[in-house]
Design a protein around this ligand. Structure first.
Ligand code: HCA
Ligand code: CU
Length: 381
């Protein structure tokens, strides 16, 4: 299990740029990179310098910012791409080539033997040019590739002793956690090389799959802020943090958790989208308790219905009161916040009144406050 020695590779500046509404300026990339660096992300992956002149300049700019995070760029398995990437001064190369039948036929037209030969040539070229650069080799669409093909490629490359890390990618979001566990544990056992997992979320398993990868010994997980990426994206940074936090908070305390709301907000604003209401940790409803039974228990001890402590992320829980599912304990808590000490029969009467009105329309907090004040005045009289 690699939960206590994993690194996050945040790819908001690469996979994230492939999200439908993402086009970051240089200044925005610097702002994102700076904030993720403050958060404590260990590695940031950036779009290939071959994508456009601005992409090349942006890598130089982010490398020049002198962050603690290592800056990686994502390139095809081609000598020319390596050359262009090395010229930017980047700290690491993430090299990728497709191994699924679909990609072998429609993307590069090579068979498995030719993929191994090409990778040996390109990875050897990297080491000649930049002996110390961080070097990762990954098979795109790993989980629709034939397992025998994938293992042949990785074993062939592991023998050459050129790379620091292998990557497995669930490019179309079809893998199940058990499949990810199986593939990653085989790679760890057979090659002894560090393994990175990159998982898309087309069918909702991206966080579970990243967790399975860590359980199997993966050392690096790819994320993007809010999960942005091609189609509906990849493992979201906040979602991975939530998953690991609930296994053991110690797995995530190396990060500055209180910055997460700012990180999610920045990307939502730059992409002109909302943070989804049900988002992990930062969604508007993530810490709202509603039903009377829940509210009562949470007011007595938040851990009854809360596995994540909002204050660790600079956030606050809310107890929703003005609806038909409310209970007098929640109403009492609000009264006490207002400095009103009402007896239980009075609180129950106010609660009954809230429920009756809320059957038609939920009440606002100020309407509830009005009812409580009124009840307090009547008690005094
Ligand atoms: C891509 C595909 C990729 C690569 C992942 C990786 C994927 O957009 O180029 O290199 O680990 O999902 O396979 O993002
Ligand atoms: Cu991807």
């Amino acid at each position: 299990m690699a939960f206590d020695r994993y690194h996050i590779i945040d790819s908001t500046l690469r996979e994230g740029e492939q999200f439908s509404t993402a086009t970051f300026t240089t200044a925005q990339k610097l702002e994102i990179a700076g904030l993720l660096d403050d958060f404590g992300i260990e590695m940031l992956e950036m779009t290939s310098p071959c994508a456009s002149p601005q992409s090349t300049a942006d890598i130089r700019a982010v490398v020049g910012a002198g962050l603690n995070a290592r800056i990686l760029t994502h390139i095809r398995c081609l000598r020319d791409d390596v050359q262009r990437a090395l010229e930017t001064g980047v700290h690491g190369l993430d090299i990728v080539i497709g191994t699924s039948p679909q990609l072998m036929q429609h993307s590069h037209g090579r068979d498995i033997r030719q993929i191994i030969d090409l990778a040996a040539d390109v990875l050897g070229f990297v080491r000649e040019q930049a002996p110390d650069i961080i070097l990762r080799f990954s098979t795109e669409d790993t989980f629709r590739s034939r397992e025998a093909d994938v293992l042949r490629v990785y074993l062939g490359i592991a023998e050459l002793n050129l790379v620091d890390r292998f990557g497995v990618a669930d490019t179309v979001g079809v893998a199940l956690p058990q499949q990810v566990y199986g593939m990653v544990s085989q790679l760890v056992r057979l090659t002894g090389v560090d393994v990175e997992f990159h998982g898309h979320d087309d069918s909702g398993c991206a966080i579970a799959n990243a967790t399975a990868a860590l359980e199997a010994g993966a050392t690096h997980i790819d994320t993007t802020v809010l999960g942005i990426g091609e189609r509906n994206g990849i493992t979201p940074l906040g979602g991975l943090i939530a998953r690991l936090y609930t296994l053991d908070k110690a797995y995530v305390t190396k990060y500055r958790l209180a910055l997460l709301p700012q990180v999610d907000r920045l990307i939502a604003d730059l992409c002109d989208i909302e943070i989804p209401f049900r988002n992990y940790i930062t969604g508007t409803s993530a810490f709202i308790h509603k039903a009377g039974i829940h509210a009562k228990a949470v007011l007595a001890d938040p851990s009854t219905y809360e596995v994540i402590q909002p204050q660790d992320f600079g956030l606050e829980r809310q107890v929703s009161i003005g609806h038909r599912l409310t209970g007098w304990n929640a109403v009492q808590a609000r009264a006490l916040q207002l400095g009103l000490e009402l007896d239980i029969p009075t609180l129950k009467t106010v609660t009954a009144s809230i429920k009756q009105q809320a059957d038609t329309t939920p009440l606002t907090l100020s309407q509830i406050d009005g009812l409580l004040m009124e009840a307090a005045t009547q008690c005094v009289q």
